[in-house]
Design a protein around this ligand. Structure first.
Ligand SMILES: *[C@@H]1O[C@H](CO)[C@@H](O)[C@H](O)[C@H]1NC(C)=O
Ligand SMILES: *[C@@H]1O[C@H](CO)[C@@H](O)[C@H](O)[C@H]1NC(C)=O
Length: 344
C-alpha cells in the first residue's frame, strides 16, 4: 500500500508506513497526541514558544513503532489554532521557514488578552501524512510592573524574524542595547517581520534578509544617543541616503545591522491615561451587543424605474417588430406569382 503523497513531498524516499496495518496506522494517527504544555506569557512583553521538530517527530505512530531508527530528515509542518476556532488569537502569530526548521508561535499579548487561551498545535509528517496533536495552555498574566512609556523600534536589516526569536538571539540583542544605551532596563516588547509591514521577500542572494522590527520599552527616558538619530542634521542625511552621525558606539554591529534612519521613538509618558486609550468612533459595537438595522427606511416609488427599464425597451422592440413586419409583408421585393404566370 502506498501512502497518499501530496504535492509538497520534499524527497523521493518511500513512505515509512507499514504495509500490513494501514488502518491501524490511520487510527493511531488520529489519536496521536502529546501531553499538554503550559506556558505563561506576560502581557506587554514578547513571548516565543518553539515548536521543536524533534519533540513531535518521535510521536508519529510509524516512527514510534521502530524507535531505534528515527529518521532525522522527516519534513514536518505545523498548524496552530485557538481551540474551537479556525485561527490564532489576534496577538499570536506562527512562522516556520521550512519543513526542516523549528516552528515558532510568537507575539506580544496586551492587557486585554489576560486569561487562559487554549491553542491546539497539529504537526504533519509530510512523508506519511500522519498527524500529532498537542494542546498548549496559554495563561497570560498581567505585567508585574507598570507599563513602559518610552518605546523605541529598531529595524534590523540583516535578520529574518526566525533568527531573532530564539532566546539566545534576543539576549544578544538586549546586551548590545544595554551596552550602547548604558541603561539596563530596556526589554523587548514586540518583534515583527518586515513582511508583516509591507516588506518584500528579497532575492535569493546570499546575505539578503527580509528584515525584522524589534520594539523595546523602558521606564527611563531615551538616552541622548537615541534622540540624536532624530536630530535635524541626521534626518537630512537620511533623506540623502547617508548614514546618520551618532556619538555612541554602535554595539549592534556586526551581528545586527540596525538601520539608524529607520527608528521610531514613542514617548507615552506625556500622555495622560485617558489620552492613551483609543477613542472609538460611533460605528463600533459594544461587546456582546447586537446590530439593530434601522427600521424606518423611507418609502421609495419604483414606478418610473420600472417604466424605464421594462416598458421602454419593450416599446422599442415592438416598434422594430412592426417596422420589420411592414418591410417583410408590404415592401417585399422579388418575383410575384402574377409575373411568373405571364412569363410562362
Ligand atoms: C506587535 O506587533 C504586531 C505587528 O506589527 C502588532 O499587530 C501588535 O499590535 C504589536 N503588539 C504590541 C503589544 O505592540
Ligand atoms: C523604514 O523602513 C520601511 C521598510 O523598509 C520603509 O517603508 C520606511 O520608509 C522606512 N522609514 C524611514 C524613516 O526610513
Amino acid at each position: 500500500v502506498q501512502a497518499p503523497r501530496g504535492g509538497c513531498s520534499h524527497s523521493t524516499r518511500p513512505p515509512v508506513v507499514t504495509p500490513s496495518l494501514p488502518a491501524a496506522v490511520f487510527l493511531a494517527g488520529i489519536l496521536a497526541a502529546l501531553p499538554d504544555r503550559n506556558v505563561s506569557p506576560v502581557a506587554g512583553a514578547i513571548f516565543v514558544h518553539e515548536l521543536k521538530r524533534e519533540h513531535f517527530q518521535g510521536a508519529f505512530p510509524s516512527i514510534r513503532k521502530n524507535y531505534s531508527e528515527i529518521p532525522s530528515d522527516t519534513p514536518i509542518t505545523f498548524h496552530a489554532q485557538l481551540l474551537g476556532y479556525p485561527d490564532l488569537p489576534r496577538w499570536l502569530r506562527y512562522t516556520q521557514r521550512g519543513p526542516y526548521r523549528t516552528g515558532y508561535l510568537y507575539g506580544s499579548p496586551t492587557m486585554k488578552d489576560v486569561g487562559r487561551q487554549l491553542i491546539e498545535v497539529t504537526a504533519y509528517n509530510r512523508h506519511t501524512y500522519e498527524t500529532v496533536r498537542q494542546r498548549v495552555i496559554f495563561t497570560i498574566v498581567p505585567a508585574p510592573d507598570t507599563q513602559m512609556p518610552y518605546q523605541a523600534e529598531f529595524f534590523v536589516k540583516n535578520r529574518d524574524v526566525e533568527e531573532v526569536l530564539p532566546t539566545d538571539a534576543q539576549k544578544q540583542f538586549q546586551q548590545a542595547l544595554d551596552i550602547m544605551l548604558e541603561q539596563k532596563d530596556w526589554s523587548i516588547i514586540n518583534i515583527t517581520s518586515a513582511l508583516d509591514r509591507g516588506g518584500r521577500v528579497p532575492l535569493p542572494i546570499e546575505g539578503r534578509k527580509e528584515g525584522v522590527y524589534i520594539k523595546v520599552g523602558s521606564r527611563r527616558p531615551f538616552s541622548d544617543c537615541l534622540l540624536e538619530t532624530k536630530s535635524f542634521d541626521n534626518q537630512f542625511r537620511c533623506s540623502l541616503d547617508q548614514q546618520p552621525v551618532i556619538t555612541c558606539y554602535d554595539s549592534f554591529s556586526p551581528q545586527f545591522r540596525v538601520d539608524w534612519c529607520n527608528i521610531t521613538l514613542v514617548d507615552l509618558s506625556s500622555l495622560s491615561v485617558t489620552e492613551r486609550m483609543p477613542v472609538w468612533g460611533d460605528g463600533v459595537l459594544e461587546d456582546d451587543s447586537e446590530y439593530n438595522p434601522p427600521t424606518d427606511s423611507p418609502e421609495k416609488a419604483f414606478l418610473s424605474d420600472y417604466l424605464l427599464t421594462i416598458l421602454l425597451p419593450l416599446l422599442v422592440a415592438l416598434l422594430l417588430c412592426l417596422l420589420l413586419a411592414y418591410i417583410m409583408y408590404c415592401r417585399r421585393e422579388g418575383v410575384h406569382k402574377r409575373d411568373l404566370k405571364t412569363s410562362e
